[in-house]
Ligand binder design. Structure first.
Ligand SMILES: *Cc1c(COP(=O)(O)O)cnc(C)c1O
Length: 480
């Protein structure tokens, strides 16, 4: 709405002409994750406003935001609760630096997050974007080992096709060729181990664990941390694995004295069925397996090494959904044990990292409103119902020979179009065709996925399945 009011181009009587916006955007805005030469052929879609799960263009056409605007939106684009929390905060304090000062929204948010981990990760360090949170977790892990006299631990491990952001440090633990290759000469070397990709059959988990164990044995004393996306490797194309893998990984990290960083930037905030995806690994904790540290008494007792309360990761990164998709915010949660490594009279032993907008009060207020929703509502229970509706609506695709690996974890549903049918520029063609069916969706390669806002009812699930199927018909027909 403000866009319209602020438009000063007299030729459109106060309304920006969509084609004009496209032209100006291409001239002045360098779009992310975009080959701009291609954007000149397929220009960006000008969006005028958002309403619930819908995005509405300047011609009044609506599109269901099937990927929650890059996985950030939880409760729709115009959620009153989050909006009013931001408005209220704006009337008192928009921002103050968190060095030497503090403010209620940051304190409350850190306390709530600590409570959500049962106190296991009781310390929150704030930043603004997901990649910064990843940088922080990497630096904190290395520095904590260094402060404990274990400077040799400075190597990191990530999973095949894992994604952790695109700043130089985060990109070093990202294994997505299209983002990484051009910058490879600039990046620190990380170890890449096999992914427990469920599409590769029942052995994939055991093979991935064996690969990890082999590396941890070979590089014992040199590895600071393993970073993973729990349950779903999203940017890889919604590659899924079982909670039992995470549980076994936690045990391996204990055995070899390696920190575990759970990057929940995309999978956190209820997306996979629990608030933190990693919680499902705690729940799946069976009897200790060979080589695994015995748990003693449940998730919150201390492991013998004293590095972390048993079961939980040493670090959790959050961003994207934490502010409901309205303001940029990211954070790193960590344990008392890590925190204590920095406690000293010596300034240099402290964690001196900072970003200007660290712990922005407006963003924290939005995040508090999100967590209040989880605390007072039945968000997770409602999500289970929504994911069941999605499952039912998409079930017919199970028998569709054009696709394979239909898979789902909570509010993420995905399938792969058979590579031999997908044809050239499948993702772009699918995206454009879907717009004709009121759907804004961006496949990753030949993986079509939905990661919708938590606003799916039964008719909406049916609409989504229909729109996806019709788009598939359009696109594969034209490809044939
Ligand atoms: C999106 C994402 C990031 C990076 O977050 P940005 O805010 O885009 O920098 C890191 N890790 C995962 C798992 C992500 O999905």
């Amino acid at each position: 709405m403000t866009n319209i009011a602020h438009n000063t181009d007299p030729s459109h009587a106060g309304l920006p002409h969509p084609h004009d916006l496209q032209r100006r955007s291409l001239a002045a805005v360098w779009h992310p994750c975009t080959q701009m030469a291609r954007a000149a052929v397929v220009p960006p879609l000008p969006i005028a406003r958002g309403d619930g799960p819908w995005l509405i263009d300047y011609e009044g056409r609506r599109y269901f935001d099937a990927n929650s605007s890059w996985w950030v939106n939880l409760f729709g684009h115009s959620d009153d609760g989050i909006k009013s929390a931001i408005h209220q905060q704006l009337d008192t304090l928009a921002h103050v630096m968190l060095a030497g000062c503090t403010h209620a929204p940051a304190v409350e948010l850190a306390e709530k997050l600590s409570a959500l981990t049962g106190g296991a990760l009781g310390h929150t360090f704030f930043a603004s974007d997901g990649a910064s949170a990843v940088e922080i977790a990497l630096k904190m892990s290395f520095h904590s080992w260094r402060n404990r006299g274990q400077e040799a631990k400075r190597e990191f491990v990530c999973l095949r096709h894992g994604y952790h952001g695109e700043t130089i440090g985060a990109l070093a633990v990202t294994d997505v060729a299209v983002f990484r290759d051009a910058y490879a000469p600039l990046l620190m070397q990380a170890h890449v181990v096999a992914s427990p990709d469920s599409r590769q059959g029942p052995d994939s988990e055991a093979l991935a664990l064996a690969d990890l164990r082999k590396l941890l044995e070979a590089r014992q004393g040199h590895i600071a941390a393993l970073i993973i996306e729990p349950l779903v490797q999203c940017a890889a194309g919604m590659v899924m694995h079982a909670p039992s893998y995470l549980h076994a990984v936690r045990a391996l990290c204990d055995t070899f004295g390696v920190h575990l960083i759970a990057d929940e930037i995309a999978v956190g905030c209820g997306r996979t069925g629990t608030f933190f995806a990693f919680e499902q690994a705690l729940a799946s904790a069976g009897p200790p397996q060979a080589g695994e540290t015995p748990s003693g008494g449940g998730a919150h007792t201390r492991a013998p090494g004293g590095t972390h309360p048993f079961g939980w990761p040493d670090f959790i990164t959050l961003s994207k959904g934490i502010s409901g998709g309205m303001l940029p915010l990211s954070l790193v949660l960590t344990t008392e044990a890590v925190y204590q490594c920095f406690w000293s009279d010596d300034v240099a032993r402290g964690f001196l990292h900072s970003h200007s907008y660290t712990g922005n009060a407006l963003a924290c207020a939005a995040a508090n409103a999100v967590l209040d929703r989880f605390a007072s509502g039945n968000v997770l229970e409602h999500n289970r119902q929504q994911s069941a509706w999605l499952q039912q609506a998409f079930a017919p695709l199970q028998a569709d020979t054009r696709v394979q690996h239909l898979r789902q974890r909570g509010m993420i549903l995905a399938f792969d179009v058979r590579p031999e049918l997908a044809g050239q520029r499948f993702a772009e063609r699918f995206h454009l065709a879907a717009r004709q069916h009121e759907l804004l969706i961006r496949p990753i390669g030949n993986t079509v996925y939905l990661m919708p806002p938590y606003l799916v009812d039964e008719p909406t699930a049916q609409f989504l399945a229909q729109a996806v199927t019709q788009t598939l018909n359009d696109v594969l027909h034209h490809a044939a």
